[in-house]
Write a protein that binds this ligand. Structure first.
Ligand code: NAP
Ligand code: ZN
Ligand code: ZN
Length: 346
């Protein structure tokens, strides 16, 4: 299937138009016309090889929303014309303990990434969502409620699930104090979800200009981390802190915010280790944990939650020729709060 995409031909290069073929439908596949693809900071890390060697040409994009155009012969649970979403992985082994539990994101053989990796045949390079068409096994696509704005839905497929999953796992709800570090694509979804779940939400941001937006999204408090001493009055107060910051920082400053038995969940992936002071963990029996996107059942649950609570991402829709500029703006934290590519312009 002839497909138009946006690719980088080598690490850190600018984007260029790129034509490639997607597979013809297998029995359990669906094809879609992509309407929007979100720009995740993980795309930038990979294009710039900040996580190690990558595969080029690379068509990034793992926040995909579109309309079903055709069904494979055995597909029963999707219909032509409905809106669907595709996220960070397109397949997994389907038989390990994690896959059997619906935690395909933690597949013991490794999930099959939407791009920058090989498909399960071990030879086809996966091409992502900065493109006009997609083919996906129906077991790895989700239904999207038709009343949600599609551009605002795209970021739910990574940013949304990545914050929803730890909030559910650590049981965010009324009476709980939740902190969100970094008000970017992921962080702003964390604020919306934690607020909808009834938690008391504090944003920790190094961009003081984002305060009004944070409060409008549902945050109860905003702490500017430009002056790190602003954290001191908040020590030992938080049950749960979600760290979405994409850059290196002193994690001990934030571990100090946890109360007895509190947990700081690492979500941002700066590509460098954190230096943890053991004494800070010991004092208060604090935990530091990690969380990576979410499995297929939870992805559908999150989208349904969004449908019920009318939650979408705050997006700036851009044309294909603006992606390089959008990358630079994202890296300088100048994004409100997710760039989304209008696939019709590719
Ligand atoms: P983003 O939109 O760029 O947001 C990151 C935010 O971090 C920025 O908006 C900024 O918020 C803050 N920040 C950036 N540089 C900073 C600095 N030097 N000091 C302090 N704060 C800084 O990125 P994103 O798409 O949300 O992704 C965030 C991270 O999560 C990335 O590393 C990405 O790879 C990772 N990620 C992980 C998963 C997972 O499954 N765990 C999934 C997707 C993405 P303020 O301006 O408010 O300070
Ligand atoms: Zn992502
Ligand atoms: Zn598996």
């Amino acid at each position: 299937m002839k497909t138009r995409g946006l690719a980088v031909l080598k690490a850190s290069a600018e984007f260029t138009n790129f034509e490639f073929d997607r597979r013809e439908l297998r029995p359990n596949d669906i094809s879609l016309d992509i309407s929007y693809a979100g720009i995740c900071h993980s795309d930038i890390h990979q294009v710039r090889e900040e996580w190690g060697p990558a595969i080029f040409p690379m068509v990034p994009g793992h926040e995909i929303v579109g309309t079903v155009t055709a069904l494979g012969s055995t597909v029963k649970n999707f219909t032509v014309g409905e809106t669907v979403g595709v996220g960070v992985f397109v397949d997994s082994c389907r038989k390990c303990d994690s896959c059997k539990k619906g935690l395909q994101n933690y597949c013991l053989e490794g999930m099959t990434g939407t791009y920058n990796g090989l498909e399960r045949d071990g030879k086809t390079v996966a091409m992502g969502g900065y493109s006009n068409k997609f083919v996906i096994d129906a077991d790895y696509a989700v239904h999207v409620p038709s009343h949600l704005d599609q551009s605002g839905v795209a970021p739910l497929l990574c940013a949304g699930i990545t914050l929803y999953s730890p909030l559910k796992n650590w049981k965010a709800g009324p009476g709980m104090k939740v902190g969100v570090m970094g008000l970017g694509g992921l962080g702003h979804m964390g604020v919306k979800f934690a607020h909808a779940m009834g938690a008391d939400v504090t944003v920790f941001s190094h961009s003081p200009s984002k305060e009004a937006d944070a409060l409008a999204m549902g945050a109860d408090h905003f702490v500017s981390t430009k002056d790190i001493s602003n954290l001191k009055p908040h020590h030992k107060q938080f049950d749960l802190i979600l760290n979405t910051v994409s850059a290196r920082l002193d994690i001990n400053d934030y571990l100090e915010l946890l109360k007895l038995d509190g947990t700081l969940v690492v979500i941002g992936l700066p590509g460098e280790p954190y230096a943890v002071q053991p004494g800070v963990l010991l004092n208060g029996r604090r935990s530091m944990a990690g969380s990576m996107i979410g499995g297929m059942p939870e992805l559908q649950e999150m989208i349904d939650f969004c449908g019920k609570h009318n939650i979408v991402s705050d997006v700036e829709v851009i044309k294909a020729d603006y992606v390089d500029a959008a990358y630079n703006r994202t890296v300088s934290s100048d994004v409100k709060y997710r760039f989304v590519i209008d696939a019709a312009t590719i």
